[in-house]
Design a protein around this ligand. Structure first.
Ligand code: PLP
Length: 394
């Protein structure tokens, strides 16, 4: 594959090296360790003077295919694959947040990306501020002399709030910080944070990149060789590694990223517009709708609106429960970004034990429903929602 190949060519061929047996797909190198040709070769591998593999925590050829493929898609210097999205997030925190350091992050950031800072990194003297990163003045106000990272998730969950990446890169670099973007919701098909000025991009690979709800994984891509080296060293020292079988499955899922994304967002646009005119729906938040408060920014920053919709029901909590109990095609499940449609009502499901105050702080109102649109026939998805909405009687 040529370096300047198009995005779809990179999806299908990225990272793959010619195989001795000419296999079209990368083999699963299910081996914990690799032998050296002789003592000198062993010494050269350990000194980093030879490309040979040593031990799978330090690098594995199947995992490397995936790391190189995603790095090529994000236009970065190199990738670091992890056992989970949180493995990727934590590796980034560990690499840049030392004792007494401070991070500014999106308030509606993925729950665990916040709680790992508040519950665990705080034990080592790391401080965190969570602000609405769509408001640049809030970021500026939160930056302190000890701030090391600006961490942005866009679009953020479940409010679908969009943060201006290029603007954040300017703010971060003006203050000598690194900008990290969680690009899980868009995937590199719809948004390229490194091209917009970010230093590091990461994904829960569990979602759109793998796309088949059968793997948990994560990946980080650094813009520079130096950051790649640092992050790779932290990951391989701490050990949240992706395993070769996991990587093989993700390589397979990755190949169809653009066609899955295209179909899912075409469905999402139709469903969002349909929901917006439904009498039992109070509001719809989808970046492809003109009613989205940051519609223009979404148009500028993303090459598509994506496949995640949040909407509110006029009947609130009770109506949400009825909707959950009556959908038949959409699965009641957390996670997102797969070929199958998933529906979630946080107030009655994942957040049923959380106080109303804490829920509202996280942007979760009792009426909020989150819908991850899959690639089924859109008529069937609309019929499913229509039936379930018709079961709401008050
Ligand atoms: C799921 C998710 C994560 C965490 O990833 P895991 O693979 O579940 O560890 C991080 N960020 C976002 C935006 C996510 O959706």
């Amino acid at each position: 594959m040529k370096k300047n190949s198009g995005f779809n060519t990179k999806l299908v061929h990225g990272g793959q090296q010619p195989d001795v047996l000419m296999s079209v797909n990368p083999p699963i190198y299910q081996s914990s360790t690799f032998s050296f040709k002789n003592a000198d070769h062993g010494a050269a591998c350990f000194a980093g003077e030879s490309d040979g593999y040593i031990y799978s925590r330090l690098g594995n050829p199947t995992v490397r295919v995936l790391e190189d493929a995603v790095a090529a898609l994000e236009n970065g210097a190199g990738g670091i694959a992890c056992a989970s999205g949180m493995g990727a997030v934590t590796t980034v925190y560990l690499a840049y947040l030392s004792q007494g350091a401070h991070i500014v992050s999106t308030d509606a950031v993925y729950g665990a990306s916040r709680s790992v800072l508040e519950k665990h990194f705080s034990r080592f003297g790391v401080e965190a501020s969570f602000v609405d990163t769509s408001q640049p003045e809030q970021i500026e106000a939160a930056i302190r002399p000890n701030t090391k990272l600006l961490y942005v998730e866009t679009p953020a969950n479940p409010t679908i709030t969009i943060t201006d990446i290029a603007l954040c890169a300017d703010i971060a670099h003006k203050h000598g910080l690194r900008l990290v973007v969680d690009n899980t919701f868009c995937s590199p098909y719809l948004q390229k944070p490194l091209d917009l000025g970010a230093d590091i991009v990461l994904h829960s690979i569990t979602k759109f990149i793998n796309g088949h709800a059968d793997v948990v994984g994560g990946v980080i891509v650094a813009k520079t060789e130096a950051d790649h080296k640092l992050l790779y060293n932290v990951m391989t020292s701490m050990g949240p590694n992706m395993d070769p079988h996991q990587a093989f499955l993700v390589i397979r899922g990755l190949k169809t990223l653009s066609i899955r994304m295209e179909r899912a967002q075409e469905n999402a646009m139709k469903i969002a517009a349909w929901l917006e005119s439904h009498p039992k729906v109070a509001w719809v938040r989808y970046p492809g709708l003109k009613s989205h408060p940051q519609y223009d920014l979404a148009q500028k920053q993303q090459s598509g609106a994506g496949a995640m919709i949040s909407f509110g029901l006029k009947g609130g909590l009770k109506a949400g429960k009825v909707l959950m109990d009556n959908v038949q095609l959409a699965a009641l499940a957390v996670s997102l970004g797969g070929v199958e449609t998933l529906i979630q009502h946080p107030a009655s499901m994942t957040h049923s034990k959380v106080s109303s105050e804490a829920k509202l702080k996280a942007g979760i109102s009792d009426d909020l429903v989150r819908y991850s649109v899959g690639i089924e026939d859109v008529e069937d998805l609309i019929e499913d929602l229509d039936h379930a909405l018709s079961c709401i009687t008050e």
